[in-house]
Design a binder for this molecule. Structure first.
Ligand code: GLU
Length: 596
């Protein structure tokens, strides 16, 4: 498979023998997919270190860094920078991320979530007293939050990195200059996106004059992104958050033709990534660590799992290798209850108080036992209501469900047993559809996020404020669930996992954890299992993956079922009992695992 070799020379720093693998997308076992592609993957074994990411070129960049003696944080930076180039629809410089890091002793939670500019208010997405249509809000300057990924990477590198910062950007710079083969997923995402064609820079860069996207396997260079990355390599995040690149982002946001946003240079200059306390929750023999608010991920995942552990044990949670209707019923009902709590309570902790003054009140075993007892034989349908964890009475209103999409996940374990679980996003595919060339006037650039549409559009519901309403300087609630798993008794790291997929990230992560712990599955077979999702009302089951009898049995219990593609992008790396590693990448996307 490897078809070419490049030595990236780093003047005055060090020489790292990186090998760039040129993947031929016509032949290998990586399927084209945008929504429903599914191709079995083998799972990958490694002795000492491994990296899993959503694109082979990005995985390779991380692998080369680990091979050259870099640690998990170093590798994550190299992976992220390449992802922004080769998978620009999902993450990049213009977005945000949550990075969970185990340094061999402690778990640290780096929050690089996008932030609302200082000039916005609760009516950001309201016009004439009505909320904007979702896509009108997305494809506007108003949806763009202050990007966090670059500051996040720099902060984590300053604290933990071992290779020089500039060296870690070199793989992305080289690929941006020399070009990379467009993958089937990028091609399909471009083909399917009408709104992106309305952006002048993106149209000129990704499409021909007829509006047809660049073909699979064609070489794409991105000179503007290479120039921007070089400046960041030389001068750190200041080059991004101040000066010409910042100026260009602000202009493109504030001069949006239909709905300009209110981003100011000062919003960019003052952006900070925040080091937060992770949430670590005992779950039988495991301790599961995840991200605290503003992500709702860990709290909602662990509420579902905590409720499931209180449910009557099923004789057959699996039926012919697929989750049975009995297990799915319990899982979906627990999801309904957990999402009712999430929609009511969870938002940026710098703006709202946790129920009972502590987010862990939402995971208290007594509370979850009480919630679990609400699950009966018949589905509660859309009738799940939030509970009362802790004593504190709040006067919030529940946020109605909104769509979320896009995103990418990176899992890494290095040779010293340090580990990264990082979920990274620009929200929708291609974010706000606003491209910035960083003021370089060169072809290409990077996409700006639409993360602010993760806020509630209406600041109030029936006269009560919604916890996740827009406020200046606030970070929108997320579903991203980067996860690290430990053995409770020995304290040893057992694994790293996560996924994109909007609110369904929570279901993908929860179900994978059950498959890994309870059903003896490995990091590949656990990801392969078909998905079922509810946010509280109807249930979506993965298209063509459940027997009709299972769907009928769920209908008989009162679930409203429909089939659709559920494009998770799970990556997982687990440590086996003998200390070796086994990684899996989602059969629904292009990811691979590499390690030694
Ligand atoms: N914006 C979403 C969140 O932060 C992620 C979108 C996705 O993964 O699809 O929860």
């Amino acid at each position: 498979m490897p078809s070419r070799k490049i030595a990236w020379l780093l003047p005055g720093l060090l020489v790292v023998p990186f090998y760039a693998w040129g993947f031929d997308y016509e032949t290998p076992a990586i399927s084209p997919e945008d929504g429903s592609g599914y191709e079995e993957k083998p799972g990958w074994a490694a002795d000492e270190f491994a990296v899993a990411a959503a694109n082979p070129l990005a995985t390779d960049a991380g692998y080369q860094v680990l091979k050259a003696g870099g640690n998990a944080i170093d590798a994550a930076i190299a992976v992220q920078m390449v992802l922004g180039l080769v998978e620009p629809q999902s993450s990049g410089l213009g977005g945000g991320a949550f990075l969970l890091y185990y340094d061999g002793h402690d778990v640290l939670a780096y929050d690089g979530r996008e932030t609302a500019p200082a000039a916005v208010d609760g009516d950001l997405f309201m016009e004439d007293g009505e909320p904007l249509a979702f896509m009108e809000a997305v494809t506007s300057g108003r949806s763009v939050g202050v990007p966090g990924t670059v500051r996040l990477m720099e902060k984590a590198h300053a604290a933990h990195g071992s290779l020089p910062w500039a060296a870690l950007l070199t793989p992305a710079i080289t690929l941006a200059e020399e070009g990379f083969a467009v993958s089937p997923r990028l091609h399909t995402s471009l083909a399917n996106d009408e709104a992106l064609r309305n952006n002048d820079l993106a149209r000129a860069f990704y499409y021909d004059e007829e509006g047809d996207p660049i073909e699979v396997g064609e070489t794409l260079n991105n000179p503007a992104l290479a120039a921007v990355l070089k400046r960041i390599a030389r001068n750190g995040s200041a080059a991004f958050y101040q000066g010409g690149i910042a100026q260009d982002m602000v202009e493109r946001i504030t001069q949006h033709p239909e709905r300009p946003g209110e981003m100011a240079l000062d919003d960019l200059e003052t952006y900070e990534a925040i080091l937060r306390d992770p949430l670590c929750t005992p779950w039988q023999q495991w301790e599961v660590c995840g991200f605290p608010p503003p992500s709702s991920g860990h709290l909602t995942v662990m509420q579902i799992l905590g409720m499931l552990d209180q449910q009557p044990l099923l004789e057959a949670p699996l039926d012919d290798g697929v989750t049975s209707s009995g297990w799915l019923h319990q899982f979906l009902e627990a999801s309904r209850l957990a999402f009712a709590d999430r929609n009511y309570y969870i938002a940026d902790p710098d703006f709202v108080d946790a129920p009972g003054g502590d987010w862990s009140s939402m995971l208290a075993p007594d509370y979850l036992a009480e919630r679990s007892a609400l699950i009966g034989q018949e589905s509660m349908g859309n009738g799940a209501e939030h509970g009362r964890p802790g004593e504190m009475q709040t006067s919030f209103a529940a946020q109605p469900t909104q769509p979320e999409y896009g995103t990418s996940h990176i899992s890494i374990v290095d040779a010293e047993g340090r580990s990264v679980s990082m979920t990274t996003t620009i929200e929708q595919a291609f974010g706000s559809r606003i491209m910035s060339d960083g003021g370089t006037d060169l072809p290409g650039g990077f996409m700006l996020n639409n993360e602010l549409t993760d806020f509630a559009f209406q600041p109030e519901e029936e006269g009560e404020p919604v916890a996740n309403r827009v406020e200046p300087g606030k970070r929108p609630r997320s579903s991203m669930s980067p996860t690290l798993i430990f053995d409770r008794e020995s304290g040893e790291l057992l694994g790293s996992l996560g996924s994109p997929g909007g609110a369904a990230i929570i279901h993908y992560t929860a179900r994978t954890l059950v498959a890994l712990r309870d059903w003896g599955m490995n990091a590949q077979t656990a990801l392969n299992l078909p998905h079922a999702v509810t946010l509280g009302d109807q249930v979506w089951v993965e298209k063509d993956r459940f027997p009709e009898a299972t769907r009928d049995a769920l209908r008989e219990r009162g679930h409203e079922i429909s089939e659709r593609a559920l494009t998770s992008g799970l990556q997982a790396i687990m440590r086996d009992e003998d200390g070796s590693l086994f990684g899996g990448a989602d059969p629904r996307r292009e990811g691979v695992v590499m390690g030694d």
